[in-house]
Design a protein around this ligand. Sequence first.
Ligand code: PHE
Length: 343
Amino acid sequence: MNAMIEDLKITKQTALDQIAQCPDLKELEKIRVQYLGKKGRLTAVLRQMGKLESEERKVLGQQGNLVREAIETALAESLQRLKLHETEQKLNGEWLDVTLPGKKPKAGKKHPISLVLDDIIEIFMGMGFSVADGREIETVRYNFDALNAPSDHPSRDEQDTFYINDDVLLRTQTSTVQVRVMEKNRPPLRIISPGRVYRADDVDATHSPLFHQLEGLVVDKGIAFADLKGTLEIFARRLYGENTGVRFRPHYFPFTEPSAEMDIVCFSCDGNGCRVCKQEGYIELLGAGMVHPNVLKFCGIDPDEYTGFAFGMGLDRAALKRYNINDMRLLFENDSRFLTQFS
Ligand code: PHE
């Protein structure tokens, strides 16, 4: 009996010592099992009680319970202490300096072509135009036939046009949209349509096999060449400044008659002649003309009742002019050091 009391004392002392020195929660759990578990030390001591007289068993039982309580209390205290310690360590490890400067993500900028296009769209919207969508993969019918292109027109040649097969091609001009719009809608019509076009050109400072055009189309009763001139003059002045001078030169397009090209006075030399305008004093801005009666007929619009004008311009050249960029390739290389310079 005394030996067993002694055993209990030692068990309690070693348990409390171990708990006091315990470094972490995992270790503490091990200690708990080691002493209080089914196969633990305290259980082992108490199991021997069976051999004792009932009086002695009572005393030893009481002692045993006291030891268990003492160990349990020590475990609970230690658990709290270790938990607190762990939280503190976490907080210290994950310390964050909110006064540090933030990392700024690189913000994208609009491409110069988009910037010019935004302005052009705004100008035409202000004159009552809406924006129509087209498709880049077209058929010979929309790109040439419906646009009154003679069957031997050089632009039909494979050297100028990317053919997918005999009938399907990458559109060479946004004028295809004229036909698509007139087929589906009845006059009055007033649309612009920007988009990509393709021609089998080699890449150099002024050419690219992919470039951008903007098409315009107006069809209504009584539309005359004077409307074309007035509209496009206003457009040029809004885009390049109120004092911009313009001139119209006769030209030829299969799908317009009469046709013209519109130039603006060179912004670099004010018309005196310089390298930018190749001593011309003028810079070409767009092609235009009165919609050919054959095109109207093709789309089921009576040319005796309705007339219209159309125009088309290169957006890449417009962007180059606007930002004084001297090489078209820069527009397509998408070097962010270049692209972030414009706004
Ligand atoms: N499609 C012509 C071109 O690519 C431009 C144009 C459009 C001319 C509309 C007249 C009318 O050159």
